[in-house]
Design a protein. Structure first.
Length: 199
C-alpha cells in the first residue's frame, strides 16, 4: 500500500506485528513431530457445545493434547469427561501462551488477530476452526495464502487436517512450518521500540 502511494522505499521499514517480547526469548526451533511426540494445542475460544466432541476425537489420535479453556471454568469438567482415560493437559487462564505455542507443533483455534499473529511469531502452524465473518477473514486469509495452516470449521475437518499434518513423516506439517517461520518476527515489538528510541 505504501509502495502504491509512491512512498520512497528508504522511508519504509517493515518490523512485523508487535507481539509480547516473550516471543523473542523463544528462538530455539522445535523438533519435528515424531510418532510419540506430536504436541497439539487447542485454544478453546469461543467455547461451544462441540468442544467436548472435538476433544473426544482428538484424544484418539496419537498426540499429546493441551487444551486451554481460559476463564470458562465450566468447561473443565466436560473436557475432562471427553478425555476419558487419556491424559491431557487442561489449562485455565494463563500468561504462558508464548511458551505453549512455541512448544506445540500445531495450534487449533480461532482466527483472532492476536492469536494469528502470536502463532506466526511462534512459528507454529495453525488449524483455524472458527472465523468471525468480516473482522477475522483477513487473518484466516493470511494463514491460507502463506500456506501456514488450514481452515477446518467442523470436527471432522479438524481431525482430518491433524491426521494430514502428521502423515507421511509429517510432510504437510513440515511445509506449513517452513512457510510460517518465514513470516515470523518474534522481536517485532522490541525492534519497533529500538527504532523509535533511535530517532
Amino acid at each position: 500500500m505504501l509502495h502504491a502511494a509512491e512512498i520512497a522505499p528508504q522511508k519504509i521499514k517493515t518490523f512485523g506485528f508487535p507481539v509480547s517480547p516473550k516471543f523473542a526469548d523463544l528462538t530455539q526451533h522445535r523438533s519435528p513431530p515424531l510418532n510419540n511426540d506430536r504436541r497439539v494445542l487447542y485454544v478453546v475460544n469461543p467455547p461451544s457445545r462441540t468442544t467436548p466432541e472435538l476433544v473426544r476425537r482428538l484424544v484418539d489420535l496419537d498426540i499429546h493434547l493441551t487444551v486451554t479453556i481460559g476463564r470458562a471454568d465450566k468447561l473443565r469438567a466436560p473436557v475432562e469427561g471427553a478425555a476419558g482415560r487419556h491424559k491431557i493437559d487442561i489449562i485455565g487462564w494463563t500468561e504462558e501462551l508464548p511458551r505453549m505455542l512455541h512448544a506445540s507443533h500445531l495450534l487449533i483455534g480461532k482466527a483472532g488477530g492476536a492469536t494469528v499473529q502470536e502463532t506466526i511469531a511462534a512459528g507454529c502452524p495453525m488449524i483455524i476452526n472458527h472465523v468471525v465473518s468480516g473482522q477475522e477473514e483477513g487473518n484466516a486469509r493470511l494463514i491460507i495464502e502463506s500456506n501456514s495452516g488450514v481452515i477446518a470449521l467442523s470436527t471432522d475437518e479438524v481431525i482430518a487436517q491433524v491426521q494430514r499434518a502428521f502423515a507421511d513423516d509429517a510432510k504437510q506439517w513440515r511445509e506449513w512450518e517452513t512457510n510460517i517461520s518465514r513470516l515470523s518476527r518474534p522481536r517485532a515489538s522490541l525492534d519497533i521500540a529500538e527504532f523509535l528510541l533511535s530517532i
